[in-house]
Ligand binder design. Sequence first.
Ligand SMILES: [Fe+2]
Length: 268
Amino acid sequence: MFEIKKTQSCLGAYIEGLDLSKSFSEKTLGELKNALSDNEVLFFRNQNITHDDHKRLASAFGLMQSHPAYPTIDGFPEITILENDEENPSKIEEWHTDMTFKKNPPLGSILIGKIIPETGGDTMFSSLSKAYDDLSHEWKERLEEMNAIHSFEFGFKESLEEEGGRERLADALKENPPVSHPVIKRHPVTGRKVIYVNRLFTSHIEGDDTEGSILNFLFDHIHQEKYQYRFSWENNSIAFWDNRSVLHKPVNDYWPQLRRMERITIEP
Ligand SMILES: [Fe+2]
């Protein structure tokens, strides 16, 4: 058994009393799955786990994915390394949901903080279900009919513009043509509706005007502070987010310090 300590915000809970280096029962796994769907993001402290433990936890939730653009750990192609330092500052600045440029974006990601800077480097999370709930009835009806285009090329435009970027990412580009997702999606477990757009990968709403006024309205709405929780990392902290109902955003205020994270992303 473990304890679920909800944050003061509308999403997120800290899981206490669960050692992720040990395997756990089906019952505990079921409770953890419910906790994830209910709270949208789970946080753990002091989990000094191995790569195999990381994999075991992730695979209890589903198949593991690899990322087309990031480096991985030797012998562990499922574990993506997110490492930034003086020479390689983080390029992701925007609020986003991971990999919505795919037809079936991931269920979630399990991110471990391995080397955390002394100051800064928090991650922000934001609830897309709560943001949906607060929409007016008129907006809910209107958005129900709409679809938006999500694109790898749009999301990675800065990397593509770098010298050699287009060559380096040629395969990823070819394998990930733009896809269309409904603007309003239903969470498969909770049945809650969410606003499914993000500034990083959503290029436009089909049929929206050229200024993108609907999309801009939605970004202003979903980026409000009242839907957010800000997580401060320590070494061996874990954030496990439900990618079907939250946005997240790294706070890139730690340059030139080193920050190293390891992530496994789980298939839907
Ligand atoms: Fe992300």
